[in-house]
Structure formats: structure tokens, C-alpha cells
Design a protein around this ligand. Structure first.
Ligand code: MN
Length: 259
């Protein structure tokens, strides 16, 4: 199982969640919302074989945390960047220019350091995100998380080399499923966006709830859930090979290769 966009530091008891995710064999990318949170999170992740951490500055926090962007520009300590991107929703529109500046500064740094894997937020701003990516070839591998743009946006993203991560919350809606159907199968991963994304009003999604997304993707692809899981692991392996990220066991590599 893969949770490629999890705000693990925001659970009430991150260590307990990470321990259980580890016991269940979840590959996890812990995205952060501020560069300072990234620093704090590093120790929680150290020594966890299937887990990596991404350095981010969430577009919704740019207005109040703009001063931290310089910390984010030092990317020497991470291969993963996120959560970054743009939010064009009404509540964040006033900071849109600052968001764009931050996102472009981060992309520029990614180009300078030879590319990174990025987990990107594009709610209500898919065009702006794609414009910025188009202006920074060599920034690395953009993974558009919970993508909710139009079909044309999706086609453009695909041409720009974007990957996608989809989760149970996104796949609950007909629009989300429709977009997932159109996404390239070779560039798709699962995610939760937990604990923001919820299983119910009283319970946040947990990293291992990505199994629900696997089942829906299996249905879309008309394959067995086990085959969908292996396909997703194979995708992660492709990504990991590009960036020397998540190490896989020999058995997992073999299973991924033969599907
Ligand atoms: Mn998120």
C-alpha cells in the first residue's frame, strides 16, 4: 500500500499512526505544511524503511508563513518537496500572487538542485500550477495530488509529465472517479491527504485506508484489487528508481516487475 500524501505530523499521536502504518507495510510520504514542521518531523521518520518526508509550504499558509520560504529553498536535505502549489479558492485568493511567487521560487530551486519529486496542491488553480510547471522544465517529477481540474487541464498535465495521486475522499465523488479513469495508469499513486481528509465526521482517514482507493482503482481498471496494488507498487518503484527514494524488499520488487 502507498500513501503518497499524508500529513502524518498532524495526527493527534503521529508516532502511533506511523508505527501502525509501518507494521502494515505502508509506503508513506509525509508531506509538511511549513518548513519548520519539516524539520520537526525528520526525527519521527528516521529509521523507518518505507517512509520519506517532504519539505513543504502549503499554499493556504503562504499568507502568514511567507517568511519561511527561504528555509524551503535549502533542498539539500530532501528528495521530496510538498505540500506546495497554488490554491485559487475564495479564502486564499488574496494571497495568490504570493503563492505564485513561493511556488516558482521552489520550482526554480528544484531545477538548480537537479530535480525533486513534488507533491502539488492545485485546487481551483490547475492552470496556474501547470503554467508554473511549464516554465520550469527540469524541476523534477510533479505529482498532482487530489487533482480536480478539467479534462483539458488533465491532458495538459499529462503532456507536461505529471503524475497523480488519488485517495478515498477524491474517489467518493463521480467527478473524482471520472478524472481517475482518465489518468495514465503508469503515473498513478494512492494517497489519503489525512488527517484533513476524513473517513467519517468522527474519524480521519488513516494511511492504510488507501486500500479503499485500491479497490476503486481495481474496479476502474477492471482488474483484481491485488493486481491494482501491484501495479501501484510498480509505479512507485519507477518513481523511486528515478529519485532513489523508497527502498523496496526483493520480494516486492519481484512482484512489481512481473505484473
Ligand atoms: Mn494536503
Amino acid at each position: 500500500m502507498i500513501d503518497f500524501h499524508c500529513h502524518a505530523d498532524l495526527y493527534r499521536d503521529p508516532t502511533a499512526v506511523l508505527n501502525e502504518a509501518e507494521a502494515r507495510g505502508v509506503y508513506l510520504l509525509a508531506v509538511t505544511t511549513t518548513p519548520l514542521a519539516w524539520r520537526g518531523m525528520k526525527s519521527l521518520l528516521s529509521g523507518r524503511r518505507r517512509m520519506n518526508i517532504a519539505a513543504g509550504l502549503h499554499p493556504e499558509l503562504v499568507a502568514e508563513r511567507f517568511s519561511e520560504v527561504s528555509l524551503l529553498e535549502d533542498l539539500s536535505g530532501t528528495r521530496y518537496v510538498g505540500e506546495v502549489g497554488l490554491d485559487g479558492g475564495r479564502t486564499n485568493r488574496s494571497s495568490f500572487h504570493k503563492q505564485d511567487e513561493v511556488f516558482r521560487r521552489v520550482l526554480k530551486r528544484c531545477v538548480a538542485v537537479g530535480g525533486r519529486v513534488l507533491s502539488i496542491h492545485s485546487r481551483s488553480a490547475p492552470g496556474g500550477v501547470l503554467d508554473a510547471l511549464a516554465g520550469h522544465p527540469g524541476a523534477g517529477i510533479p505529482v498532482l495530488h487530489w487533482f480536480s481540474g478539467s479534462q483539458q487541464d488533465l491532458e495538459r498535465a499529462e503532456k507536461l509529465g505529471c503524475w497523480f495521486s488519488v485517495g478515498p475522499a477524491m474517489l467518493r465523488s463521480a467527478k473524482g472517479r471520472r478524472l481517475a479513469e482518465l489518468m495514465p495508469r503508469d503515473r498513478l499513486l494512492t494517497e489519503t491527504d489525512a488527517p484533513f481528509a476524513r473517513a467519517s465526521a468522527s474519524r480521519p482517514l488513516m494511511p492504510w485506508d488507501v486500500s479503499k482507493a485500491e479497490v476503486i482503482l481495481a474496479d476502474i481498471w477492471a482488474v483484481e484489487p491485488t493486481a491494482a496494488r501491484l501495479k501501484l507498487l510498480r509505479n512507485l518503484r519507477t518513481l523511486a528508481t528515478c529519485e532513489n527514494g523508497f527502498p523496496m524488499s526483493v520480494a516486492e520488487k519481484r512482484a512489481a516487475q512481473h505484473k
